[in-house]
Design a protein around this ligand. Sequence first.
Ligand code: GLN
Length: 202
Amino acid sequence: KPTIGVLALQGDVREHFDALTVCGANPVTVRREAELATVDGLVLPGGESTTISKLLEVFGLLEPLRARLKDGMPAYGSCAGMILLASEVLDTRPDMQALHGIDMTVRRNAFGRQVDSFETDLEFAGLDEPLRAVFIRAPWVEHAGPGAQVLARVPAGPAAGRIVAIREGNVLATSFHPEVTGDLRVHRMFVDLVREQVASRP
Ligand code: GLN
């Protein structure tokens, strides 16, 4: 079983932990550098990105996490986690620390001016059936770098076409929260990605 960490500084840690268990991983909570060092991959949960960013600094995890991402560690961020994995964040505090997991510009609380929270079914690259997506004060990807692969866009409405799921290398991010729907296909995709990465290690 791959050991997958859930960054447990703030946010919906429990939901991701349970989803990973169901998907056949061995989840562990990560709050310190020594714990980060033991994991094959890391989930960054939903929550409040500015708070998690601050706590990453307080817990001395910011540089170790950047280093592991640079080294190719698989990571998956949902909502606030997506914001943290960006290379640039719009509409946030000036002291917000980007992790540069994916070359992308993310706008925080992007749907806020239209509607705070909503659900929709969307087409997700690599999944046969549409995925139910729950958005809660969600970000969107305003700009994706050339190396990033867009996995899903908002299908309709005022935000139609906005990127809400993306992958670059071993790093995956969604604007929405698959951990709250009971449909674990995104988590399964991530666990498979971690398994492949572990198997390919020299
Ligand atoms: N609005 C939150 C933030 O900016 C994200 C919300 C969420 O994770 N559901 O971090």
